[in-house]
Design a protein around this ligand. Structure first.
Ligand SMILES: Nc1nc2c(ncn2[C@@H]2O[C@H](COP(=O)(O)OP(=O)(O)O)[C@@H](O)[C@H]2O)c(=O)[nH]1
Ligand SMILES: [Mg+2]
Length: 934
């Protein structure tokens, strides 16, 4: 019995499918064709019945034996006599021939002769689909049996596509693919069958594959048809499959394709908000936020987002309606006309209808974080101060009460009397200070780049009065205060409005306030100026409630007038600010009672609970400001780069100029120093060449008539050498020594001059750099070396005796031999000798003396240029490396700049998208809707 994957591939129980399998075919499949011979012979053995039938037929004139042989084969087969069965089936030449071939294949299969079986199966030629399928299934089983993977896959696929309705074919294929973990084929089968049969089972199978993560290799388009079909039959299942696929493509390369495809599909489907498409809405929300989180350029998403948002809006369930509608509104605001007017109107209606007041603080903070990280990734920072502000906005324990009013309205005095201490001085302050309750005193100055701890009150007062640039700081003053603690308020003292409103420090911190307490002076409450300040405040921060403090009540003479002033003011205020409360105050009043009343007032006006919507709106305000700051920072960054490049270029020109100058100086110094050395040397040389011949000639005085002419030339030679040596040692050497000292001194002067010049040059550069960056120090060790060399060279003459009269010149030869030849004092010879000594020019000897004497000095001379180069080496190196650095800096700056300029969208887009998101939150929050109405 052949069993594939638990499903019998062949000889399965007969399943009758109308029009597909006939009774005869069924018999042939079951190898029960022989039963048609058994009708009246049920009790007898088939072998016998068939044998008799065969006999009978044979006796006919034209016997038809094939059918009987075929039936006999079946009976042998069923009785496991396969060889006899094969024998019977081999000679069948009628309609049953193809079936007989197939049966022979079955028999060989049973005998374990697979390759013969395969050949027989393949030899079956038939148009009968049933037989074709049966043969195919047999081959499939055979391939599996023999471990032939590829033919197995291909035959089962062919069978499925040729005859998918044939009993069990698709189930067999599915079981096979799953067992082989051939997910691509499994998915293809599921998709095709789901579409073909519209059977929910197949859709469930497909969904389970997608959920299992096996759909990754298929492109999103591949599933669209299945989705479309499923939508028509089961919408819940449709949503499930769509969501599974969505999850499947998330973080994949073809995620964008998926989003495009699914949205194009959804556009065509008849869906609406009644459908309660919660899971799909959730996918939309997640996808939308991922698209606008700053990772992508607008260009990449701008075609996709509008379609997506409109789909989302059309199908959103209640729980996502707020986000969907706000997303549509904010996107169409920032990218006008990308979304249809109808969708815009629909979103607006939906938003108002939904009308939920949600605490989006979490979302706002998350967004702030996103921006902060993004900025960090682009070498920017949102700033220390902004972080502090955001921290304050998320402190839900403390109400921030901001004291506003004109300068001199008594804000600082008010704080002093509440704190019971004169913390703030009489001087008008120019800083914003926040006071809050804390176990011990701690004062910090919060700046954009850092937080500075303030150690004492003097430092604090200085900080409040110091004039500040555009980077305004805020002072954070923590101290133990019963009043602040009990009322859970922090008081923000401001410098007061004067001059241009837009530039006032107070305006910068307005959005820190949960409540504004506006100070009026009982002298002249609610002046025109104050009214215009108030309307400016309301314009900036419409959501922050304003209440009033009528201050300096003590200056009103009597109680009656005081009441009148208070009443008068209250009426005026009530006219313009019907929701505001007024408190009359004086720092001169009894403080205990007044503070109690003030507590009551704060409770009534500020209230205990902090408004979530207010905080959200203000958080968004600062997020928006952060975005604006980052845009500015970027512009500043670009300008800085331009500046830096220009500066470095200038610097490069200057440095190169300096190198050239230094080269010139070096050349000049080389020339001067070697020239003067040469002059010294030449002088010595001249001296020697002028003196030596005379010295030698003078030795003629040694020649007398008594001289032994045979030996006189030796004596003379000795004397001559002695005199030269004496002359060199006593005259020339000291002179040379002296000359060298002077020359060294002079060279040193030249060098010192150079060094002074270079010091000035370095100073000039360092002033430009603003730091000690360039130091041009020449190497004066060169001079020391020269001194040592001079000492060494002039320390005694290295003298080598000259052969003056012992040379082999003709004249000398004559003289030498004269003595020998004549052996007598011959006056003629004597005179001749003397005159020879006196008239000889001694050029050769002199030259030789000079040459030997000057040898080391000339060697020294030769090394001079190199020594001078050493002297200059360091400074030139310093300048050259500064040039290299400058060039490198310019190059990186230029690269950065180019990048910024060629891809401005890299910065611009994420910021624009952040703004879309802020706008979305604003739409959601109450403030957003109010802004819209304005
Ligand atoms: N008579 C009177 N003078 C006050 C009162 N409060 C403040 N002042 C005075 O008004 C001036 C300005 O006060 P100050 O607190 O510095 O005002 P700020 O600019 O709003 O901080 C100072 O000379 C204070 O002494 C008050 O309740 N009564
Ligand atoms: Mg003040």
């Amino acid at each position: 019995m052949i069993c594939v994957l638990g499903i019998r591939a062949s000889r399965h129980p007969y399943i009758y499918i109308e029009g597909k399998v006939t009774t005869l075919e069924n018999q042939l499949i079951q190898k029960a064709y022989y039963e048609s011979f058994m009708e009246e012979n049920e009790k007898r053995h088939p072998i016998q019945v068939l044998g008799e039938a065969y006999q009978e037929e044979q006796e006919k004139e034209l016997p038809e034996l094939a059918n009987i042989r075929f039936a006999q084969g079946e009976v042998y087969f069923l009785n496991r006599d396969f060889e006899s069965a094969i024998f019977k089936w081999e000679n069948i030449a009628n309609d049953l021939e193809p079936w007989a071939k197939k049966n022979i294949g079955d028999a060989y299969y049973e005998l374990g002769q697979f390759s013969v079986a395969e050949d027989f199966y393949k030899s079956v030629e038939t148009d009968n689909e049933v037989l074709q399928t049966e043969v195919a299934l047999q081959l499939f089983s055979l391939y599996i049996e023999r471990g032939k993977q590829e033919p197995a896959v291909s035959i089962i696929k062919r069978t499925v596509s040729a005859n998918p309705d044939y009993p069990n074919v698709t189930e067999i294929a599915r079981a096979f693919f799953e067992r082989e973990e051939d997910w691509n084929n499994a998915i293809e089968l599921a998709v095709l069958e789901a579409i073909r049969t519209e059977s929910l089972d197949w859709f469930d199978v497909l969904n389970s594959y997608v959920e299992g993560g096996y759909a990754r290799n298929h492109s999103p388009e591949y599933f669209l048809q299945a989705l479309l079909v499923l939508f028509e039959i089961d919408q819940k299942r449709f949503e499930r499959l769509a969501v599974s696929l969505w999850e499947n493509y998330k973080d994949q390369d073809n995620y964008f394709t998926w989003l495009k495809e699914i949205n194009q599909l959804l556009v065509t489907l008849d869906m609406n908000r009644e459908g309660n498409w919660q899971a799909l809405s959730a996918e939309f929300q997640e996808a939308y936020f991922a698209l606008i989180d700053g990772r992508f350029l607008i260009q990449k998403i701008q075609d996709l987002v509008p379609v997506m948002l409109e789909n989302w809006l059309r199908i959103t369930d209640v729980s996502h309606a707020l986000f969907a509608s706000a997303a549509v509104l904010s996107w169409s605001e920032i990218f006008p006309s990308s979304i249809s007017a109808a969708s815009g109107a629909d979103a607006e209606k939906l938003l108002n209808f939904t009308g939920a007041k949600v605490n989006w603080i979490e979302e706002g903070l998350h967004m702030f974080e996103t921006i902060q990280n993004w900025a960090k990734g682009h070498q920017m920072d949102i700033g220390n101060r902004m972080r502090w502000i955001i921290g304050e906005l998320t402190d839900f324990h403390t109400n921030h009460l901001l004291l506003a009013g004109m300068k001199g309205s008594g804000k600082s005095a008010f704080i002093n009397s509440i704190l019971g201490e004169n913390i703030l001085g009489e001087e008008p302050t120019s800083a914003v200070v926040m006071f809050r309750d804390h176990a011990q005193v701690e004062i910090d100055e919060i700046g954009d780049t850092e937080t500075r701890m303030i150690s004492d009150l003097t430092d604090f007062r200085d900080s409040t009065e110091r004039r500040r640039g555009s980077n305004s700081t805020i002072l954070d003053f923590k101290l133990p205060s019963q009043f602040l603690m009990e009322n859970r308020v922090a008081l923000i003292d401001t410098p007061g409005f004067n001059g241009e409103l837009e530039k006032s420090e107070t305006v910068k911190y307005l959005h820190l306030a949960d409540t504004i307490l506006f100070f009026l002076d009982a002298n002249s409450p609610l002046t025109d100026r104050e009214r215009s300040v108030l309307s400016y405040i309301q314009e900036l921060a419409p959501e922050i409630p304003v209440h009033f403090l009528l201050n300096k009540m003590d200056i009103v003479e009597n109680e009656e007038d005081a009441r009148a002033v208070a009443e008068d003011t209250w009426e005026k205020i009530n006219h313009y600010f019907p929701n505001s409360k007024v408190f009359a105050f004086s720092k001169e009043y009894d403080s205990g009672k007044q503070l109690k009343d003030l507590s009551e007032f704060i409770k009534a006006s500020v209230g205990a609970a902090i408004s979530d919507e207010g905080r959200t709106a203000r958080l968004l305000f600062f997020v928006r400001q952060t975005i604006r700051n980052l845009v500015q920072d970027r512009i500043a960054m670009e300008n800085d780069l331009v500046e830096s490049i220009k500066w470095n270029n200038d610097m490069s020109v200057k440095l190169n100029g300096a190198v050239n100058q230094l080269d010139d100086i070096e050349v000049e110094k080389k020339r001067n120093i070697t020239k003067s050395y040469k002059a010294l040397k030449d002088e010595i040389k001249t001296d020697i060449s002028n003196t030596v011949p005379g010295l030698l000639k003078n030795t003629s005085e040694l020649i007398t008539e008594q001289s032994d002419l045979g030996k006189i030339h030796i004596e003379l030679n000795d004397e001559m050498n002695r005199r030269i040596r004496e002359y060199l040692e006593e005259n020339i050497m000291p002179k040379y020594y002296q000359g060298l000292q002077e020359w060294i001194q002079q060279s040193n002067n030249e060098f010192t001059e150079t060094q002074i010049y270079l010091d000035e040059m370095s100073e000039g550069f360092n002033t430009l750099y603003g730091e000690e960056r360039i130091k041009l120090q020449c190497d004066f060790r060169v001079v020391d070396d020269w001194r040592r060399d001079a000492d060494r060279m002039t320390n005694g003459v290295q003298f080598e005796k000259e052969n003056i009269l012992l040379r082999n010149t003709p004249g000398q030869f004559l003289l030498k031999s004269a003595g020998r030849l004549f052996g007598v004092n011959n006056s003629m010879v004597y005179n001749k000798y003397k005159s020879f000594v006196e008239t000889e020019d001694y050029r050769e000897t002199t030259d030789s003396v000079i040459k030997k004497f000057l040898q080391q000095f000339e060697l020294f001379e030769k090394s001079l240029e190199r020594d001078i180069e050493l002297f200059f080496r360091d400074p030139i190196q310093v300048l050259n490396s500064a040039i290299t650095e400058t060039k490198a800096e310019t190059e990186t700056d230029q690269e950065k700049l180019d990048r910024m300029r060629t891809n401005p969208e890299m910065y611009r887009d994420p910021l624009a998208l952040f703004e879309v998101r802020v706008r979305q939150y604003e739409w959601i929050s109450v403030a957003g809707r109010e802004n819209y109405i304005h």
